[in-house]
Ligand binder design. Structure first.
Ligand SMILES: [Zn+2]
Length: 198
């Protein structure tokens, strides 16, 4: 796994982050630590071989875009998990975990692990369930088969911001499966982490 970090704001002081982005610095750091812990876990998990060619890009740019499994087509085909700790923290502060983690009390650390593992879940499901000879074919096949549901969501969607719509989005089969993957393995990451902490 190749990990790239592009962090510009995370070390700014508390007052600046609050004033500029309405972000609580300690939450932001928890989110970052959660991602690093999840990566550490992934490297020794049952998925270590599946994810070994996956790139991870960690950023803190101030846009509302928490995570995505992106495909970069260059000379070589490169799947990459884009993960934004600033956006994850913002969603955490807005209690988005109620919809995706389906829990009332969650730490920002746990939420970040979940958001990250959701994207990893898409990748694992694509490689395991996608048809094709190469990684690229498998990933495209996986997304092709989800296309109908995403398309239907988009065609009937309003502004995408209401709670009802958030629930509907998470009911798309690919999303549900990725959420399930993330919920299950977030527990493992936390267990692992607490064991180490004593
Ligand atoms: Zn998803």
């Amino acid at each position: 796994m190749k990990i790239t970090e592009s962090l510009h704001f995370i070390h700014e002081d508390k007052a600046f982050l609050k004033r500029q982005f309405n972000i609580t610095r300690s939450y932001l750091h928890n989110a970052y630590d959660g991602i690093r812990e999840a990566i550490k876990w992934l490297k020794t998990s049952a998925f270590q071989t599946v994810v070994k060619d996956l790139s991870i890009y960690i950023t803190d740019e101030p846009i509302n875009f928490p995570g995505e499994l992106a495909l970069i087509e260059g000379v070589t085909f490169q799947p990459i998990v884009y993960i934004n700790v600033m956006s994850i923290t913002e969603d955490f502060q807005n209690e988005e975990y109620r919809y995706d983690l389906k829990k009332e009390h969650v730490t920002c650390f746990e939420y970040a692990v979940f958001v990250f593992l959701h994207e990893v879940g898409h990748y694992v499901h694509a490689l395991i369930g996608g048809r094709g000879a190469s990684r690229k074919e498998k990933i495209f096949d996986y997304f092709d088969r989800g296309e109908y549901h995403y398309q239907r969501f988009v065609e009937t969607m309003g502004n995408g911001e209401t709670n009802q719509e958030k629930k509907r989005y998470r009911n798309i089969p690919h999303e549900k499966a990725a959420d399930r993957f993330a919920r299950q393995y977030t527990a493992n990451v936390l267990q692992n982490f607490h064991r180490k902490e004593g």
